[in-house]
Design a protein. Sequence first.
Length: 225
Amino acid sequence: MSKSDILKVPIIIAISFCLLFNISFMASCKETAPAEEVSEKEVPEEANSVDTTTTAEETTAEEVALTTEELLSASRRGNLEEVKKLLEKGVDANAKDDIGWTAMMWATVNGDTRIIELLMDNGVDVDEIDNNGLTALMWAAACGYTDAVELLISRGADVSAIDNNGLTALIWTAINGYTHIAKLLIDNGADFEVMDSDGLTALMYAEIIGYPEIINLLTESASIN
């Protein structure tokens, strides 16, 4: 496989996600089929006594799932006040959806520093990863959100964290051509020599794709160090 072929997948993923998650989302609703009606005559008393505890447990689980979805949805839609209210109710700020995304990640791909800061003030794990190993900082870097990157770094985000494919925030930045963010990451200690699972560094990506400013930045950083 050529280097050009290797590049296609991460580039498409990065660009597609940035475009997809930057638009406004409608809250997703899960339709549930109505439970079958059962008359009291059809249910033995013994069953009623057993089902009471089970129903209570199921209700609690459903309530937790509902509030978690509400938090994720509010963050996804950029509803700061709703996020604040849910956090005040005690909803877990680190709760995830099916793809491993937290409210922080939804806020990050929208570049919403208001919600990002609110979540961090409420104990969110700034380095939590999704199912592909990406952190909020990686998404902010991949999408080109300077303010979000600065905020995350200022609150201790790991600039050298590596995802499941060996990519760092700096490599994601190099793939998408954000020179200003690349410099910000390097100035804060990002390791520019890291190779991904295909043996490619941030500099190699920049050279293959053709980002002269990032190439110069990374070359200069290498010569200094």
